[in-house]
Structures are given as structure tokens and as C-alpha cells.
Design a protein around this ligand. Structure first.
Ligand code: RIB
Ligand code: CA
Length: 320
């Protein structure tokens, strides 16, 4: 596709995953969405996969192929986030059933196929917004894809803090071993961690305005986001963090963000910090930059006003 950025979205929809998908679909003039793959995380493999299929049809992008990915993390059972995303995975929103079927029931082979099928002069950007199980397996089983991947723009981790524990963010905590495979792959990573995604969101009035619309997409997304506001995490907040949307927003408008190149690794121990992303910003790592060890751009600030403007424009244009 001329001048469009080739992307593959690997996700666990999930309310904020659904927002990221809508933002991407609204910008297919700039993004060539080569496929969407599911990974168990926020909800079970069955639910997140069904939501991915339904979302592409609901958002008028039925042609985007969907492939089913991992049912569990590499070493453990999933711990879904039903309290945050609801039993169905999309909060109060129940999308219509669809006849659309999967392009593949093996996301890892699907990802490899899409990456290797690109014209020789083009590269792929991976956009993981869930646990990194599929991506870790892809890079280990098919290392030949690495030279065809331009960058990985992921939602996960935090240089400071956590949301599942004091030091671990959900996507990384769910599958630390897979995350370690990705962070140490040598592929440039743009890390949309909690440091920046906590400031990427919409406030109550903006979500209420979506709900007052007569537009089916705006209403559906208000039903999703209102579940957030009723959840323990946001019950007393005026704003919800739409973590995963930061990945697509970065691809569309990198100028809205700032950050710092660091080296990073993942705590895969069984200790209190399991799932922590250890981001090393020590200045004396100039040589680390040269050797590629500083391969992680940790985003730290966002232009919130523009983030909200572009996101709301995207959600409303579906109903125009
Ligand atoms: O910590 C936030 C991340 O965990 C988001 O990707 C959200 O969808 C959940 O998967
Ligand atoms: Ca997610």
C-alpha cells in the first residue's frame, strides 16, 4: 500500500482494545491494517476472539482478517479482568452476532504469513495491546520475521508503578516470559506504558456526550466506557484511561508524545515484582544506544487535548 503504514494489531478486546481498533479503522487512509489477532487476557480466548470478529463487522471493516491466538499465557492459566472489562469483554455493550469466520485459528502462523507476504521493500509494524504471548512465540518460532518488522508499538509495562501489583502492569504481568522474549528481541520498541497511558483518556462529560448521540457507534462506545466508570478502578474518577488507544495514536501523531530511549527487561521471577518492566534510563548507557541495547522508547508525556480531540473525531465519524 503506497505510503500507508502496514500494521498488525494483536489484542485482547477488551474495552480499550476496542477503542484502539476503532481509531485504527477510522484512519485506514494512513494505516494498512493487515490483520487483527486475538490473545487471551482481559477475557477468555473465545470471548476476545468473538469480540475482534464482531468489532471489524460493526465498524464497517469486515474485510480485515481476524486470526485466533493463544488461549493461555506461556506458563500459566489466564487471569481475566472481568471486573474492568465485564463478562463479555466490552462492558455493557453487546455487539450483534456476525457470520464472519476466522481467517486462521493459528495467530502465530497468520502473523508470520502476513509479515513475509509484504513486498520486499516494505516492513510491518506490530501493535500488541494485550499479553505478549503470540508475539513472543512468533519471534521465537519464526526468527526470520525480525528483519521484516520495522518496530513494535505496544501497550504494556511501566517505568514506574503498576496496576495489577505495585510494580507490574496487566499485559506484562499476565505473561512475563513472553514479554521478556519481546523486550530482548532487539527489535525497536515504542512502549506505551502506564507512565503515559494513565493520561490517555476521556472524561465523564465526553463519554456522556457519546451516549447522548443517536449514532450507533458512539452509543456502543459509551456503553463500553461507562462500564469503566462503574468499575472499582474508575468509580471515583472523572476520567478513564484508554490505555491501548495510545498505540494507534502514536502511529498517527508521534508528535503528541515524548519519551526517553532506555534498555528494558522483565522480572520473570516468582517474587513480589513478577511482571515488572525494569527500564534503565541511566545516562552512562550511551554505548547501549549504539549497540541497540537501548531499544525501548518509553513514552512519558502526551498532548491530552489533541489526544481527546482526535479520538472523539474518530468515534463520531463512523456515524456521520
Ligand atoms: O494495563 C492495561 C492493559 O491491560 C490494557 O491493554 C487493557 O486492555 C488490559 O489488557
Ligand atoms: Ca488490551
Amino acid at each position: 500500500m503506497e505510503n500507508k503504514k502496514n500494521i498488525l494489531i494483536d489484542c485482547d478486546p477488551g474495552i480499550d482494545d476496542a477503542v484502539a481498533i476503532a481509531l485504527a479503522i477510522a484512519h485506514r487512509d494512513q494505516l494498512n491494517i493487515c490483520g487483527i489477532t486475538s490473545v487471551a487476557g482481559n477475557q477468555t480466548q473465545e470471548r476476545v476472539t468473538g469480540n475482534a470478529l464482531k468489532l471489524t463487522v460493526f465498524l464497517g471493516a469486515e474485510e480485515i482478517p481476524v486470526a485466533m491466538g493463544a488461549k493461555t499465557p506461556l506458563l500459566r492459566e489466564i487471569v481475566p479482568a472481568g471486573d474492568i472489562h465485564g463478562k463479555g469483554g466490552l462492558g455493557y455493550c453487546e455487539l450483534p452476532a456476525v457470520e464472519k469466520t476466522l481467517a486462521s485459528d493459528n495467530a502465530v502462523c497468520f502473523l508470520r504469513e502476513k509479515i513475509m507476504a509484504l513486498p520486499a521493500e516494505e516492513k510491518m509494524t506490530l501493535v500488541p495491546t494485550g499479553p505478549l504471548t503470540n508475539i513472543g512465540l512468533l519471534l521465537k518460532v519464526f526468527p526470520e520475521v525480525k528483519e521484516r518488522i520495522d518496530q513494535i508499538v505496544l501497550m504494556g509495562g511501566a517505568a514506574v508503578g503498576g496496576n495489577v501489583t505495585a510494580t507490574a502492569e496487566f499485559n506484562i504481568w499476565e505473561d512475563p516470559e513472553a514479554a521478556q522474549m519481546v523486550y530482548t528481541s532487539g527489535i525497536p520498541i515504542v512502549m506505551c506504558g502506564l507512565d503515559v497511558t494513565m493520561a490517555c483518556g476521556l472524561n465523564r462529560e465526553q463519554v456522556a456526550a457519546l451516549g447522548r448521540s443517536n449514532g450507533r457507534v458512539q452509543k456502543a462506545y459509551s456503553e463500553m466506557l461507562n462500564f469503566y466508570f462503574d468499575s472499582p478502578a474508575y468509580r471515583n474518577s472523572d476520567r478513564v484511561s484508554i490505555h491501548d488507544a495510545a498505540t494507534i495514536m502514536y502511529l498517527l501523531h508521534p508528535e503528541y508524545f515524548s519519551g526517553q530511549w532506555m534498555s528494558a527487561m522483565v522480572d520473570c521471577s516468582e517474587g513480589v515484582n513478577r511482571g515488572m518492566t525494569i527500564c534503565d534510563s541511566r545516562a552512562n548507557q550511551e554505548e547501549a544506544y549504539e549497540t541497540g541495547e537501548k531499544n525501548v522508547l518509553v513514552l512519558q508525556q502526551v498532548d491530552q487535548e489533541n489526544f481527546q480531540r482526535v479520538l472523539l473525531e474518530a468515534l463520531t465519524q463512523f456515524d456521520a
